[in-house]
Write a protein that binds this ligand. Structure first.
Ligand SMILES: [Zn+2]
Ligand SMILES: [Zn+2]
Ligand SMILES: [Zn+2]
Ligand SMILES: [Zn+2]
Length: 592
């Protein structure tokens, strides 16, 4: 069928919408079909315009020219199925119509079909045929990036060339293999530095190029770019921040990350001193916490003043708690440590210094997977204690329990073989000499386990301390008790004995917002006193009291020490999930 070319003499790729089928008017097989071009056009094509004897099917990929047919109908001609050796030759013509960076290979719908066409047509000669085909190297490398044959293809194109040679061929550095960039790091870094100078305010497309580049290069190359400030620190951190953090963290332990020799050689050229490196904006925020932990590890108590002097660090519960806790250990008895540290934690939470849900809490008090299954509404830390379970045959089996049920993965045993940057509260306490009464068998009497339990309870309580009328945090009626503690004194850089007013029994809370209808109305909110019960007694939800005037727990039925016979009725045979549903389904805090 006659089709007139519009004069646009490039090739187009597309896929067949339909071809053939029975014609209702004539009762014969159709001799034509329609295809969808990458140009966006829907084009008619006739059987006589098909190259080769094979007939297309729905979705067959095709290479063709666009034109205008009879009655000015937009049509395709010279339609090739992407399967034959001849089509591979035409694909070479197709690519020659485009300059560098004119095809976006990421997400290009035709990419896999084109690769398949070349590999099928040219078989085991595909690499040498492609390299000598006349397709520009910048297209070939981008087309085959992270695909089969990419390494051999790169070898064939770049064997005797360096980084600058390839840039001269208009090859994008984003398609170069990592190892090649590592081998030509100086030229690469110089190119990036120049690029940054030439693009002070990168466009969206330019920013995407840098993102791709940073995503492809090795950690070593990333460090090198940071060392010599070849890119803004912010850009490096945005794309490789987590890798750099891991590199720094591990550099403080035994299990250091391997880097190329050129990074070690560059270090003394980039930094006049260690302090210079510590101050570098790309590394600073990761290094500062590690240096603090190093001080803690060496028991250099100046870390206390460092943390207290930094609003950022003292807003991280991990550092806040360690700064308050570690100096007390070995100088005070457990009761004193407990009242001081609980007081400090309450103060920090109530003043908003850090939030009860801060993720760094779990670096210190690791989360318990077993408790997570039972308590779905809050993430709790492991508070496991050891339990020797008696078996029917009289033998015993070692188990761990979290809140009176089996804990599958206790997280409370110290392991001082790990790097100090990964220490949990249990490792820190052990490092400061606080041991379990029986090694490896923590009990509820051991301070670290009690602390974990208290900390969970404070956080559970805290999750309910919002005024139900105005939503603001309620304040407790504080009762204080006087304790004397030996604490670190930043001024004199030594330990001093100091009296302390520690708040205790924070059980009555009220709204302090003057305009609120709940202003100054007291509510009793506390944990159930029931043995094995972990319910919260919230006077706003409970009405039933015992004859001693104490609220009766909906979960276990406990109320007060006068009615101890009621203790331990936990769950009445209900699962934690059913119980949670029953008690909380009407509450505004209910999470289904
Ligand atoms: Zn646990
Ligand atoms: Zn209120
Ligand atoms: Zn209870
Ligand atoms: Zn009672």
């Amino acid at each position: 069928m006659a089709v007139n070319s519009t004069g646009s003499d490039r090739w187009y790729l597309g896929s067949v919408l339909w071809y053939g089928g029975l014609n209702n008017k004539t009762g014969k097989e159709n001799q034509f079909g329609f295809l969808q071009s990458e140009s966006g056009a829907e084009l008619f094509f006739h059987k006589s315009d098909l190259v080769g004897s094979q007939l297309p099917e729905e979705n067959s990929p095709v290479l063709f020219r666009e034109g205008v047919g009879k009655h000015a109908k937009p049509s395709a001609y010279k339609v090739h199925l992407l399967e034959t050796a001849e089509t591979a030759d035409r694909l070479v013509d197709y690519f020659s119509a485009f300059g560098p960076e004119k095809i976006y290979f990421d997400g290009w719908a035709q990419r896999e079909k084109v690769i398949t066409c070349f590999t099928r047509a040219w078989g085991k000669n595909v690499v040498s045929r492609l390299a000598s085909s006349g397709i520009a190297p910048y297209h070939l490398l981008a087309l085959f990036q992270q695909r089969q044959h990419s390494a051999e293809l790169f070898e064939a194109i770049a064997a005797d060339k360096d980084f600058n040679d390839l840039i001269a061929l208009q090859i994008s550095p984003t398609v170069l293999p990592r190892a090649f960039i590592d081998a030509h790091i100086d030229q690469f870094a110089a190119w990036v530095k120049k690029w940054t100078e030439d693009h002070p305010t990168p466009s969206v497309v330019q920013a995407a190029l840098i993102r791709k580049l940073l995503g492809n290069i090795s950690l070593s190359a990333t460090l090198y770019l940071a060392f010599f400030n070849c890119l803004p620190g912010k850009t490096i951190l945005e794309h490789r921040g987590s890798d750099i953090e891991e590199f720094i963290l591990r550099s403080f332990g035994q299990n250091k990350m391997a880097v190329e020799q050129y990074v070690r050689e560059a270090y003394p050229r980039a930094f006049a001193s260690k302090a210079d490196y510590y101050r570098h904006p790309v590394f600073r925020d990761f290094i500062t916490p590690c240096l603090l932990k190093q001080k803690m590890f060496r028991k250099d108590f100046s870390f206390v003043s460092d943390i207290e002097a930094s609003p950022t660090l003292s807003a991280i519960p991990e550092f806040f708690i360690l700064a308050k806790l570690l100096p007390l250990i070995g100088r005070n008895d457990d009761t004193v440590i407990q009242s001081v540290i609980l007081h400090e934690i309450w103060q920090a939470l109530l003043s908003g210094q850090f939030t009860a849900g801060h993720p760094a809490i779990f670096r210190l008090f690791p989360q318990c997977a077993s408790l997570q299954k039972r308590f779905r509404h809050i993430r709790l830390s492991c508070e496991a204690f050891h339990w020797r379970a008696k078996q029917a045959d009289g033998s015993t089996e070692n188990r761990f329990l979290c809140r009176s049920k089996v804990c599958d993965e206790p997280r409370v045993l110290p392991d001082l073989s790990k790097a100090f940057v990964d220490f949990s509260i249990y490792d820190w306490l052990a490092h400061y000499g606080m041991q379990y009464l029986v090694a490896g068998e923590p009990s509820k009497r051991d301070f670290p386990i009690r602390l974990a339990g208290y900390f969970n309870r404070i956080r559970e309580l805290f999750a309910r301390l919002c005024c139900r009328s105005c939503g603001l945090l309620m304040v407790p009626n504080m009762k204080y008790s006087r304790v004397e503690a030996t604490v670190w004194d930043p001024e004199s850089k030594g330990f001093v004995r100091r009296p302390f007013q520690a708040a205790y029994r924070l059980t009555v809370f009220k709204c302090a917002s003057h305009g609120c209808e709940q202003f100054n109305i007291s509510h009793y909110i506390n944990h159930c006193i029931g043995y094995k019960c972990s319910e919260i007694i919230d006077a706003r939800d409970l009405t039933e009291k015992c004859d001693e005037g104490r609220y009766i727990c909906t979960s276990c039925g406990s109320c007060c020490t006068h009615h101890q016979e009621k203790y331990g009725n936990v769950n009445n045979g209900e699962s934690e999930e059913v119980k949670y549903e029953r008690i909380y389904s009407g509450s505004p805090y209910y999470i289904p």
